[in-house]
Structures are given as C-alpha cells and as structure tokens.
Design a binder for this molecule. Sequence first.
Ligand SMILES: *Cc1c(COP(=O)(O)O)cnc(C)c1O
Length: 405
Amino acid sequence: MSSSQSTIPVAKPVLGEEEAEAARRVILSGWVTQGPEVAAFEKEFAAFVGTEHACAVSNCTTALHLALMAVGVGSGDEVITVSHSFIATANAVRYCDAVPVFVDIEADGYNIDPGLIETAITPRTKAILCVHQLGMPCDLRSIVEIGKRHSIPVIEDAACATGSEILWKGRWEKIGKPHGDIACFSFHPRKVVTTGDGGMLTTANPDYDRKFRLWRQHGMSVTDAVRHGSKQVIFEDYDELGYNYRMTDLQAAVGRVQLRRLPELVAQRRKFALQYCEGLSTIPGLSIPAEPAWARSNWQSFCVRLSDEIDQRAVMQALLDQGISTRRGVMNIHLEGAYCDQSSHRAATSLARSISAQQQTIILPLYAQMTEVDIVRVVEALRQALADVSTGRVVRQPEQDVVHA
Ligand SMILES: *Cc1c(COP(=O)(O)O)cnc(C)c1O
C-alpha cells in the first residue's frame, strides 16, 4: 500500500453533528429511556415504510424473538428459514425453544429459494422466516403466496433492508409495509442507518403490535411514560412473562435523524453500486450481483462472486495489502459450533448453494462517504488481485479462521 493512500474500510456509519445534537437534547431533557423520542421515531418509521404499526426494540434479534412469539411459535415447533444468514436469524427461533428448518438459497442470488419451501413444511411448521439478505429483497410474492396457501405466517428478517423496495401489485413499496405478517429491522452500525444498537417491528396487525409493546417492557400493563404523566396513582400489573427489550430515547433521537438521512444514503449507495457493476463487468470470471426487475436494494452490502478455482482468502489478502478491507460472504449458521448438536436444527434440503456462496463471495467496501475515486480504486485492485491469484503470482494462504465482523 502506498503511504499516500488511505485505507478503505468495508463499511462506515454516517453520524454527525445532528445526531450528536439529538443525543444531547435527550440527555438534557432528563428522560433517557423509552419515552417521547421512541414514540416519535416509531411514528416516523411507520410513515416511512407505509405501515400502521411500528414498535421499537433494543435490536433486531429481540425483534425477531418477539415476532416469532407473536405468531405463536413455541416449544418443539418448526420455523422454515435459511442457514445462509447472520446467526441471529436462527438463534431467535431457538429462543422460542423451536427448531430452525434450513432450506437452500437460490442458484442466482443470496436469498431463500421459494421453490424449496414447500418440501420443508410439516404439521409442526409455525412460521416462515425469510431474510432480505444484504439488503436485497427476497421473492416475497412467492413466499407470501406459499404462506397463505398453508396458513403459515411469514416473518421478514429485514435487518439489512431499511430503505429497500419491492414492486408490489404494480407499485414500488418499502420493505416493512410489511408484505408478510411482521418485518424486523436492525439499526446496528453495520446496517444502512444506526442507533448504535436498535431494532424495529412493523406490522398491520394491532394485536401483534399490542403484544410487542407488552413484552418489550417486562409484560408491564402500564408504561413508565403513562404512569409518569398521570394525575392519578396507577398500579401496574404483570400478567405475562415479559422482557426488557426497550430502545432508549437516546437511541431513538439519533434514529430520527438517521431516518431523515436515509433516502439520500440509499440514493448514494445505489449510485456507487451501479458504478461498481459497470466497473466490475469487464473483469473476467467475476459475477456481480443483479437486482431482479421487482426489487430495489439499499445495497447494504455489495457482494461479488469469484469463480470456483479462485482462492477467496488470497484475493481478500491481496486487497487488504492494497489497503482495502473486505469481508467474506454471508455465513452458514448450520456450520457453526452453536449448531453442531443435531437436535438444534434440521436441514430440509441440500445446503450446497449456501455453502458455496460463503466460500466464493466477497463483500466489497460500500458506504456513503466513499468517493467515485475510491470505487475505481477498489475495482482496479480487485482486477489486479484476481489476475495475480489466478496466475499463481500470489501463493495460497494457509487455512485459518477469518475473524467475523
Ligand atoms: C444484523 C442482522 C441481524 C441482527 O441484528 P441486531 O440488530 O444486531 O440484533 C439479524 N439478521 C440479519 C440478517 C442481520 O444481518
């Protein structure tokens, strides 16, 4: 790496004075946990995705847990999902003492293959948990149809998909409307907008929304905010087991600023993704991601696929040597130690595509503060790295575990 060139990280949150000011306002207000800012953020998020109800929680993992509970997933039930996802997708199923049932991804993308879902359905199937992986909408039209046909609720793991869109009955709609029964979002710093940590559940079903609100706050019948604002003494009840899955007002205030930035952030990411596609299209043996005609990704991650014989690790190392940080493609949950107990999950189909996607894909840097010059630098470094690795100018790296980030 030449010393004049700065390092390009794989991702970077956009946080500035406005977010700092929002946090300051909350700190000085004296009300810092779930309160007026959370309520306002929920309202604004609901309006943004075009839904009735949005309920803020501590992160997307807790959102997934509450969503699964709301549709009635319990002990011994099965939930159809993918192994090719972040581990939280399946962990949330296990929190319900249920079994994640894995099916493979599509041949030409990184989302669940709807054609495999029906083979995985059993009398114990209580939900389909589909993922909009890397921000790219999955084939919701097919999935929702299968759910309807079998009376199985559809939950969307939309952790990566804030600001992504899908063509629905001739109109472009935001992911999270939701098109399934419930959608769950993440505001982790690795996602397109962040509150440090944070999550959101959206639904059109008021009963689900009421449950989320009860469970996120210890099952408490009356919220702190209501008790605090009341002229009467109120005693609360706890009739159901609840959790502390609250988002704080500090986070929500930051989230409101992030939400206002979101359209511009997505537009910027889409511009860079297009530039990547154009630049990378001339590199032989490299597959670039394609948007189906009915999907608009927020490009939370831009994932390229190497041909079979190319050593992924060597390419990533060659890029890192040029000051360009990348990540291996999406993990396979069933290959992790936490899933080595065979009773923890079930594979309903071959997971060969999921595994090869993990082995052959690389996530390239993409964040709003990048410049077109940075994109060109990544494209050219990748072109060079692939040439070097395929001609053997770079030797194969010894096998060792890549640290996840
Ligand atoms: C990030 C992510 C999650 C977890 O989100 P948190 O807010 O960190 O709990 C779940 N599913 C997918 C697909 C993710 O990418």
